[in-house]
Design a protein around this ligand. Structure first.
Ligand code: AMP
Length: 300
C-alpha cells in the first residue's frame, strides 16, 4: 500500500508569540510526508529550486519516502512567510513566492500511478488536477487548500473538489469559499460540488466531518503550549490517510479512527517550530496520544 502526495516543499519564515524563524524547511507536502511515512510508504511529487538544502529532507528519505518525484528546477524554491496572532486567532500571509512552482508540471515517476491513496496537498489546483488525471484507479483521493488559491483560482479549485472523495479545509477557508457563515451550511455547499466527505479543521477546537449521511466530531489534544501552528492541517491529513492506508479498508468506522489519528499527529507538529518535533516523534508517541484522545471522549 502507498500514498501519493503532491504539494509544496518550501522554505518558510514564521512568526508566533513564541518566536521567529527564517527560511526553515516547510511546505504542505513536507509536513504531510513527515507524518504519513510513520504509517506507510509515501510517494512525493513536488519541485524545488537549486537553492534548496536537500540534506534537510534526509529524514524523510530515511523513513522510506520515495523522492524520485521531487524535481529540481533552475530558479528559487517556493517561499512562504506568515504570522500567527493568537489573540485574534488569525494567520496572516506576509509573503508568498511561487518561484519554481510557477512553471511546474508534475510527471509521475514509474510506479507512483499504483498508489492506493492520493493526497492533493495545498498547491495550485491546476497541478492538483493534473496529478489526479494520472491516478484514475486510486482508492481514495483527498484535497486540501488555502486562502491564496480560493482567491486566485476559485474555478479550477471547485472543479478539482468536484472529483475527489474527501475535501479538507479549515473553518475560515470553508466559510470564505462557500460564502456562508455557518460551518454546516458551508460543508453542505462543498458536498454539493461532488465530494462524499468534507472535513472542517477547527484548530484548537478539533475537527468536524460531514457527509451526506454522517456527522462526526473529534476534539484536538488539550495542549497548554502551541509554539507554531504551521503544518497542523497537513499533518492532520498525514495521520488520517496514513492510518487509512495501513488499515487497508475505508469504512465509516476506520474513517473515524483515522480522524483521531489525524488529531493526534497534528498535536505533535505544533509543539515546536517547523518540522522539528516530527523528526523525533514515533508511532508509539502517536499511539499514546490517540489513547488519551479516545479516553477523553468516552463517558460510559
Ligand atoms: P498549513 O499550516 O497546514 O496550512 O500548511 C502550512 C504550509 O503550507 C507551510 O509550510 C507553507 O509553506 C505552505 N503554504 C502556505 N501557503 C501555501 C500556498 N498558497 N500554496 C502551497 N503551499 C502553501
Amino acid at each position: 500500500m502507498s500514498i501519493l502526495v503532491v504539494g509544496s516543499v518550501a522554505l518558510d519564515s514564521v512568526e508566533t508569540p513564541f518566536g521567529k524563524v527564517s527560511e526553515i524547511l516547510g511546505g504542505s507536502a513536507t509536513y504531510f510526508a513527515a507524518v504519513a511515512s510513520l504509517y506507510t510508504k509515501v510517494n512525493l511529487v513536488a519541485v524545488v529550486g537549486t537553492d534548496f538544502p536537500r540534506e534537510q529532507i534526509q529524514f524523510l528519505i530515511d523513513r522510506g519516502v520515495d523522492t524520485r518525484g521531487l524535481q529540481m528546477m533552475d530558479g528559487e524554491t517556493f517561499r512562504w512567510a506568515g504570522r500567527y496572532d493568537y489573540e485574534a486567532n488569525t494567520t496572516e500571509t506576509l509573503d508568498l513566492r511561487l518561484n519554481v512552482f510557477a512553471d511546474f508540471h508534475p510527471i509521475l515517476p514509474e510506479g507512483y500511478e499504483k498508489s492506493d491513496f492520493v493526497f492533493l496537498a495545498n498547491i495550485d489546483p491546476d497541478l492538483q488536477y493534473e496529478v489526479l488525471r494520472q491516478v484514475p484507479q486510486a482508492r481514495l483521493t483527498m484535497l486540501d487548500t488555502r486562502d491564496f488559491w480560493i482567491h486566485q483560482k476559485e474555478g479550477p479549485l471547485t472543479m478539482a473538489m468536484g472529483v475527489v472523495d474527501v475535501v479538507t479545509m479549515n473553518e475560515g477557508e470553508a466559510r470564505a469559499l462557500a460564502k456562508k457563515q455557518n460551518i454546516f451550511s458551508a460543508a453542505r455547499w462543498i458536498l454539493n460540488l461532488g465530494p462524499k466527505t468534507v472535513i472542517i479543521k477547527q484548530g484548537e477546537y478539533g475537527v468536524t466531518m460531514v457527509s451526506q449521511t454522517d456527522y462526526f466530531r473529534a476534539p484536538a489534544c488539550p495542549l497548554e503550549q502551541v509554539k507554531d501552528p504551521t503544518g497542523a492541517g497537513d499533518t492532520f491529513a498525514g495521520g488520517f490517510l496514513g492510518y487509512l492506508d495501513k488499515a487497508g479498508e475505508v469504512t465509516p468506522q476506520t474513517m473515524k479512527r483515522a480522524i483521531f489519528h489525524g488529531c493526534a499527529t497534528a498535536s505533535f507538529t505544533v509543539e515546536e517550530f517547523g518540522v522539528d518535533r516530527l523528526r523525533s516523534v514515533t508511532p508509539e508517541d502517536i499511539g499514546r496520544r490517540y489513547q488519551e484522545l479516545h479516553q477523553c471522549t468516552q463517558f460510559l
